[in-house]
Write a protein of this length. Structure first.
Length: 759
């Protein structure tokens, strides 16, 4: 493979201008798509195929006409006025006037219409406007959120001018999902703006030259832009989550800079050895190109494993991540050599800066470290392993459910709306549980023989202290008992003619099923709501009646269940395929197993820190958290594993490639290991420092999900590039000796590139 890469390097040197122009054209095309991508991204989460919650979503959408099963809520609050004041009532009518013309809005319900106590706080300073949506999917519902908010902009300004404390906020399930994703996107842009200049500083420290430092950043930004353009094409065939922006930014900066750093470092060494520019390009492409290719493959393996996750947006992120890696690897293997060929000796420009910033005897220092490890491998291996396991230990107590804390930042409008609903005892109105009681085929549910069973079921629900309110055909008013409902539905057709709202809101179109809307009590937290959903599903209505349960809490239960099933499968696939790729790369049985074990240690350390900070709350205030979340959502460990397992393997490949190169030349395992660490220790440390900066920038964003991602990724990379690569890997290889290279193969003849004429 080195011969093929060397030939490619010579071709690139001869055609460097064509290669650069081709990439410029690709960048221009990618920019066009990237500029349109934000307008086509999917805000929020999709259904989980094959689950009960997904089936119930279709039941509520197709069998019922109730628009409030897809409701948004406008919360209004004022310190100066109450809902009995004309000014406040004008605001409520202003909400109606602003929203009713919107095509997505089907119905609106206010305190002025029903005088329902659930729509008014006891002191009258807060109220809620229920917005029934005319949408066919959760995606449409989420896309309607910004339109509703824009329609209310003038009213909000008027309210603020009249009462500075007055607010109107749109909340609800779709609003929460929309706000999470938009805040994550905004956080990604903020993190990128911090990471890029810090990365430039590290690169200047690594190379001491503006030109050499600028090439990796150039490649990273180019890779991100082109990958975003490819993401735009992807949106034409499948829903793509806004998370792709964060993933593309993280991966593009990390991979693009890392791989380019390796190539530029190798090129400068080749020049320092006296090779002409053309030969240096061929040498760089041959030696570093192989490591870049195998490193890229390991990252892609991890990203494609996301296809096994149950949500379509996970698959979109996996594809988007692969786009970034493919573009970055292609750019590093072609554009970087072409650029190096063009700049040649000027790679160290400006000389006055590089001569001042270059650190002397860097390899000597690393050679001393390597010698120290080689002299005491067992002690280093044991001590290092204990240190990593101590960091990883809390991961054994990881709670991968949803957090019970109300962790949304107060800057999110959906959180402001939820806080307004609190005094109405409707804090949990944004996550209702829906229970559908279905009669046998061909029968109506509101028959006299079924009313006692429906009433008894409603009493069971109301008797649960976790339930705040129940709306159903047999809980219309608090003062009505079983006898009154038997009288009401003695002639159900006449009752429905008299009270058409019952038919519209609480019965299926064919009258065979009744809808029970269950709002958890104000004090009930998310975990208890999830448990309540499971407990409701276990209840028996009695007789031939069938019970089906859905809603957001049921979705959360299905999400956790399916992800807990998929995560071990993802881990198994990534480990298996990585083992095969590494065996092909190094022709060794032991090294792939060692590499996988070492990577699992570093990932475990990342998980351990996540648990310590976000679940236990140790040092949470350092990352802007006022309280511990008490749990780590399962999607975070999945992303951290898939991203860092591949990225950490980069350092393994960089190190082992150099060690194997020296071993093939000398046949001395100890010397090869020491020299491999000495020659790659600096580059791995600099590359890791950049990754830590890139990922660490996300640890200080506003959204806790972004903080988790950033801290988990940064910790994993930091532990991997320090304890693992500098100490544990060399110590293990020193102990294993010749067993590192079994079965091995005949060492290839060294490439005498300096004897090959290059135009």
């Amino acid at each position: 493979m080195e011969l093929a890469f060397a030939a490619m390097g010579r071709w690139i040197h001869r055609n460097r201008l064509r290669v650069i122009v081709a990439w410029i054209l690709l960048f221009c095309l990618g920019s066009l798509g990237a500029s349109q991508l934000p307008h086509r991204l999917f805000e929020g989460s999709s259904e989980i195929p094959g689950t009960e919650s997904a089936r119930m979503e279709r039941v509520l959408r197709e069998e019922f006409d109730n628009p409030y099963t897809r409701a948004l809520i406008v919360g209004l609050t004022s310190d100066k006025f109450t809902v009995d004041d004309p000014t406040y009532q004008r605001w409520i009518r202003g909400v109606i006037g602003a929203l009713r013309p919107l095509p997505e809005v089907q119905e609106l319900t206010t305190w002025l219409d029903l005088k329902d106590k659930r729509l008014r706080s006891p002191d009258g300073h807060q109220t809620a406007v229920m917005v029934g949506m005319r949408v066919k999917s959760l995606e449409e519902e989420q896309r309607a959120v910004p339109r509703l908010r824009a329609a209310l902009a003038d009213l909000k300004a008027e309210m603020k001018a009249t009462d500075p404390a007055a607010r109107a906020a749109v909340t609800g399930r779709a609003a929460i999902l929309y706000d999470i994703d938009t805040h994550m996107k905004r956080d990604g842009e903020a993190a990128e703006s911090k990471a890029v200049p810090l990365s430039m500083i590290i690169l200047l420290g690594a190379f001491g030259a503006l030109v050499a430092a600028g090439i990796p950043l150039l490649v990273a930004m180019l890779g991100i832009t082109i990958a975003m353009g490819m993401g735009f094409l992807l949106t034409m065939v499948m829903p793509v989550s806004t998370f792709i922006v964060n993933i593309a930014t993280m991966l593009g900066l990390a991979v693009g800079i890392d791989y380019s750093l390796l190539m530029v470092n190798r090129f400068r060494k080749a020049l320092a050895e006296g090779l002409p520019v053309g030969d240096a390009v061929a040498e760089t492409t041959a030696k570093a190109g192989t490591a870049v290719l195998y490193s890229g493959l390991t990252v892609m393996i991890s990203m494609t494993a996301l296809f096994l996750a149950p949500l379509v947006e996970f698959r979109g992120i996996g594809i988007g991540g692969c786009f970034v890696v493919v573009v970055s690897v292609a750019a590093v293997l072609t554009l970087v050599p072409a650029t190096l060929s063009l700049v040649g000796e000027r790679v160290d420009a400006p000389r006055w800066l590089s001569s001042r910033m270059r650190l002397p005897d860097r390899e000597t220092w690393w050679r001393n470290v390597a010698g120290w490890v080689m002299d005491r491998p067992w002690r280093v291996l044991v001590a290092g392993t204990i240190a990593v396991l101590a960091i990883a230990w809390p991961a054994l107590q990881m709670d991968t459910g949803f957090s019970n804390s109300r962790w949304f930042p107060l800057s999110m409008e959906c959180r402001q709306g939820i806080e307004i609903l609190g005094p109405l005892q409707q804090y949990n109105a944004v996550i209702p549980i829906y229970a559908v009681v279905r009669a046998p085929a061909g029968e109506k549910i509101l028959q006299t023989k079924y009313i006692p069973k429906l009433h008894q079921f409603a009493r069971k629900l109301q008797g649960d202290e976790r339930v705040g309110s129940v709306l159903s055909p047999v809980t219309l008013r608090d003062d009505l008992g079983l006898l009154q409902y038997l009288m009401l539905y003695r002639n159900s057709d006449r009752a429905l003619e008299r009270f058409p709202q019952i038919k519209q809101l609480l019965l299926s179109k064919d009258g065979s099923a009744a809808l029970f809307q269950i709002i958890p009590a104000n004090h009930v937290l998310l975990r208890e709501t999830q448990a309540l959903s499971l407990d409701v599903a276990k209840l028996s209505v009695g007789g031939p009646l069938k019970l089906e349960v859905g809603g957001e809490p049921a979705y959360y239960n299905d999400f956790v269940g399916t992800m807990n099933w998929a995560f071990p499968l993802i881990i198994g696939v990534v480990l298996s395929v990585t083992l095969v790729v590494l065996f092909v790369a190094f022709r060794s049985y032991l090294l792939p197993i060692k590499a996988v074990v070492m990577n699992l240690l570093s990932v475990g350390a990342g998980f351990g820190v996540l648990v310590m900070v976000f679940q236990f709350g140790w040092g949470a205030s350092l990352f802007g958290m006022s309280e511990a979340m008490g749990a780590v959502p399962i999607s975070i460990p999945v992303f951290v594993f898939c991203l860092t397992f591949g990225l950490s393997m980069d350092y393994e490949v960089f190190l082992l490639t150099r060690i194997k190169e020296i071993y093939d030349e000398t046949g001395d395992n100890r010397h090869a290991t020491a020299e491999g660490l000495a020659s790659t220790g600096g580059i791995i440390t600099n590359a890791a420092a950049i990754m830590v900066v890139v990922f660490g920038a996300f640890a200080f964003v506003e959204m806790p999900l972004g903080k988790m991602m950033g801290l988990g990724l940064a910790t994993t990379v930091l532990v991997d590039a320090t304890i693992i690569r500098i100490f544990l890997v060399p110590a293990f290889m020193r102990i294993a000796g010749r067993w590192n290279w079994v079965p091995g193969h005949k060492a290839p003849e060294r490439l005498a590139l300096h004897h090959v004429p290059v135009e």
